[in-house]
Design a protein around this ligand. Structure first.
Ligand code: ZN
Ligand code: ZN
Length: 360
């Protein structure tokens, strides 16, 4: 599986006129090698791939990284890279400066001064571009992470009650996700109740939930490195007509977007599917963030579905669809699902938790 990914990167390198690429980002490294350790680099040339690690990981890479040659890192990865460059006669090497400290990036760039005829090029984003198109194994893993998130929502409905704090709800939810097989949570769980619901990213606080409040829960599970990301908003007690109307508008915008999403659209066109509906109903200003984002080894990755995104939606992508509306002092509603663009271009929704307004 990683063999195909390395081949895809080799094709991109040749398009870019690069002899090699040094991959340092943890997610990109894992994607290309299967290596789950916390340090190391993958070096890919036109016809070979190496995993460069220090002695702590030698045994782990033998087990996890089939198809890559292993190089034990010398004093520094820069020294090791220099010797491979010389041995393989490489004249242009891409680095992921976005994943390197300023200092390390400087060391790599300095190789140009000590190795004759070498170009070191900033090539961040190449592996990220490959990662946007998921293979079926990756989608199956995200689907599992989504199922755990769905189960988490069902579970937390039995926990939410007036008086319990947002932090207690988050803790109960996170513990449940872990018990269901999540290795981690995908990000700090958002529990935003009442007036705090007007903050789109209100990480759980010590505020107790109260009767009559809308509560937004945004959370996700990680399975084998892959994230799910779901949001649901519920009401404690019977919703007022204003709360119901806000909820119904957000839900309608989300369902419309899910039905109309197509392969070939730009991120901007996808974003407009929900935004135009909310704007027509006076909620354009209240929808202050973008419609969604790619989902995979990172919870926010390419593509972007936003007002300013020219990213093209293609087969294999997994993205979120998460319109919201936030009214200061009143509260907020957000509804988020994860979707996959199947190889035939149709859309499959991976999250299935109920979306009608639930009053608890
Ligand atoms: Zn989310
Ligand atoms: Zn999201």
């Amino acid at each position: 599986m990683t063999e195909q990914r390395i081949k895809n990167l080799q094709a991109l390198l040749s398009d870019q006129g690069l002899d090699a690429m040094l991959v340092s980002s943890p997610e990109n490294r894992r994607y290309l090698s299967g290596f789950t350790g916390s340090a190391g680099s993958v070096l890919v040339t036109a016809n070979r791939a190496w995993m460069i690690v220090d002695f702590r990981y030698l045994e782990q890479v033998q087990m996890q990284c089939k198809g890559l040659d292993v190089i034990r890192q010398g004093d520094t990865v820069v020294d090791t890279l220099r010797s491979v460059i010389e041995q393989e006669h490489l004249s242009s090497v891409g680095i992921e400066d976005h994943a390197l400290s300023h200092r390390d990036a400087g060391h790599f760039l300095n190789l140009e001064k000590t190795v004759t005829n070498l170009r070191v090029v900033s090539a961040g984003g190449l592996v990220e571009q490959l990662r946007t198109r998921k293979d079926t194994g990756e989608v199956d893993t995200i689907r599992k992470a989504a199922q755990i998130a769905d189960a988490g929502f069902e579970h937390i409905l039995g926990v939410i009650r007036p008086g319990i704090t947002e932090i207690e709800v988050a803790f109960e939810l996170e513990t449940f996700l872990r018990r269901q097989g999540a290795s981690h949570i995908a990000f700090d769980t958002i529990v935003a109740s009442g007036w705090r619901g007007a903050w789109p990213h209100g990480v759980a606080s010590d505020k107790p939930l109260a009767s009559g409040e809308l509560v937004t829960l945004d959370f996700g599970a990680v399975v084998d490195g892959y994230c799910s990301d779901i949001t649901r908003t519920v009401c404690i007690g019977e919703p007022t007509s204003e709360q119901r109307s806000l909820y119904d508008h957000v839900l309608e915008s989300q369902v419309r977007a899910l039905h109309a999403l197509r392969v070939g659209m730009t991120g901007r066109e996808a974003d407009a599917l929900a935004r135009s509906y909310l704007s027509d109903h006076g909620l354009g200003e209240a929808f202050g963030h973008s419609l969604g984002h790619g989902l995979g080894l990172e919870v926010h990755e390419a593509p972007r579905l936003s007002k300013v995104s020219d990213d093209i939606l293609t087969e294999g992508m997994v993205v979120t669809v998460e319109p919201g509306a936030y009214l200061p002092g009143f509260g907020g509603v957000r509804i988020e699902d994860d979707v996959w663009f199947r190889p035939d271009g149709t859309v499959e929704i991976l999250t299935h938790a109920p979306k009608e307004l639930i009053s608890l």
